[in-house]
Design a protein around this ligand. Structure first.
Ligand SMILES: Nc1nc2c(ncn2[C@@H]2O[C@H](COP(=O)(O)OP(=O)(O)OP(=O)(O)O)[C@@H](O)[C@H]2O)c(=O)[nH]1
Ligand SMILES: C=C(OP(=O)(O)O)C(=O)O
Length: 215
């Protein structure tokens, strides 16, 4: 079982990111919310025992500075061709095929390091993926050394990853599975418990939210 994963996280320009989430918080705080979720996701990833490096693929200078301050390595989104190309570039070209790589989105504010460790421990010799809470999307795709990532994120990606030969990783990982795409997802996170940055922002807006430490 590998214990030296490179985690790869693509981050879109914050002003354009999370369009389906618009309206969940006042417009003036929308980019702040996207950034808070990126910071909480990165904090949890960096605290995972099985992750030796977090590689963030982004052209957003604010997000880049924030995750670099947390300890991530940042590279520009050289392909500039969407989510899958950013993931493939980070995992296969920058990290390289000789390493174990896992890609995950930057919108997992309820992620706990132990849940990521458990999911990576469940990854076998081939590619594996973790479906989102709804079961149709993907929150994590892992590739062992020697295998191209071959990401198929987008609508119906869980089925697409399974069809491409990736194995669904099963476990009780609610924080890992809860990506935040819509205001309803954010409401779920309020109950599940968010990381400190998302929590602070939501509390500042007067919302009642459970806050959970990074442990
Ligand atoms: N580097 C990079 N990251 C991306 C790109 N598209 C999406 N992402 C990131 O990939 C992750 C998952 O993306 P989505 O959930 O589809 O997020 P989104 O595109 O911001 O959301 P919507 O506008 O609501 O579709 C988030 O961390 C995004 O910031 C891209 O073209 N380049
Ligand atoms: C990109 C995906 O989803 P979303 O944009 O809904 O986070 C996905 O689940 O593959």
């Amino acid at each position: 079982m590998a214990s030296d994963w490179v985690a790869v996280m693509p981050v879109k320009r914050l002003t354009a990111a999370k369009s389906r989430l618009r309206g969940a918080v006042p417009a003036a705080r929308h980019a702040d919310l996207a950034l808070a979720m990126v910071r909480d996701t990165a904090t949890a990833v960096l605290a995972a025992a099985t992750v030796t490096e977090l590689l963030v693929v982004t052209d957003d200078q604010v997000a880049a500075a924030a995750v670099a301050a947390l300890g991530a390595r940042v590279v520009p989104d050289r392909p500039d061709a969407g989510l899958n190309e950013a993931m493939r570039y980070g995992a296969d070209e920058v990290a390289g095929l000789s390493r174990y790589r896992a890609v995950l989105a930057g919108d997992l504010p309820a992620l706990r390091p132990g849940q990521l460790d458990a999911a990576l421990a469940a990854a076998g010799p081939g590619r594996g993926f973790v479906a989102d809470a709804a079961g149709s999307g993907t929150v994590l795709l892992a590739a062992p050394a020697g295998e191209p990532l071959d990401p198929r994120f987008g609508l119906g990606s869980a089925a697409a990853h399974a069809a491409s030969g990736a194995r669904p990783l099963e476990g009780d990982w609610p924080g890992l599975r809860q990506d935040v795409d819509t205001p309803a997802d954010l409401a779920t996170v309020l109950a599940l418990g968010a990381g400190e940055h998302t929590c602070a922002l939501l509390r500042d807006l007067g919302l009642k939210v459970a806050c959970v430490s990074a442990a």
